[in-house]
Write a protein that binds this ligand. Sequence first.
Ligand SMILES: [Zn+2]
Length: 262
Amino acid sequence: MIDSHVNLHGEAFAADLPEVLARSRAAGISGCLAICDRFENFPLVAAIAHREPDIWASVGAHPHYAKDHQGLTTADLVNAARNDKVIGIGETGLDQYYGHSSIEDQVRLFSTHLRAAQTTGLPVIVHTREADQLTADMLEAAFAEKPFPILLHCYTGRAELAARALALGGYVSFSGIATFKNAHDVRAIAEMVPLDRILIETDCPYLAPVPFRGRRCEPAHLVHTAQFLARLKGVEPELFAQATTANFFRLFARAKPAGASS
Ligand SMILES: [Zn+2]
């Protein structure tokens, strides 16, 4: 199975990334998408992807850091995306829960990413928290101008945004949050999203699933989230793994399975 959202370049994995990746592979994780959080960190993310055949990269800037990316342009993202290990734009989006950056800065930066997705045809990886309405409105407006693939990552929003993204052909990814005791709303959405539109992720080092909750998360933990979601959806774990992997490669069409000839 594929971990569609990992944060590998930071401090959390600085001491033992090779061991973390070895455990991940041993657990059956056949690929990971390493996410760019700040544009200045893109070289670090890209370097990991170039070193590891089963890791791809995204390019973008998290909405938390919108205030630090006033000068980032669509051309910056499009140029970085020429790197052949880059398969997605983001993560980007809107976060009014933490509010680390003003909503104006977040909207501007999200628009910059949406234009990059339109230009490159790469999927946009969307982070959204307490901003469902505006996120859906912006996705629909940009999509109407020129369509692009959409992924709602680590989904914790309401049913309406998920439905509006699905209506645009989008995909929805679930993290270890789905296994948390009180996450009834997230589980209700996971039950609703069709099996051919679901992706899975750890969002490591954050959000370790039960039974590792509260510890550092790593890609190997994806197995627990996948088993949990398979049970929730009433499908065999093997089938669920195959479906989510196929979904990943359908959405991130630039990614090739490790070992496949291009
Ligand atoms: Zn996120």
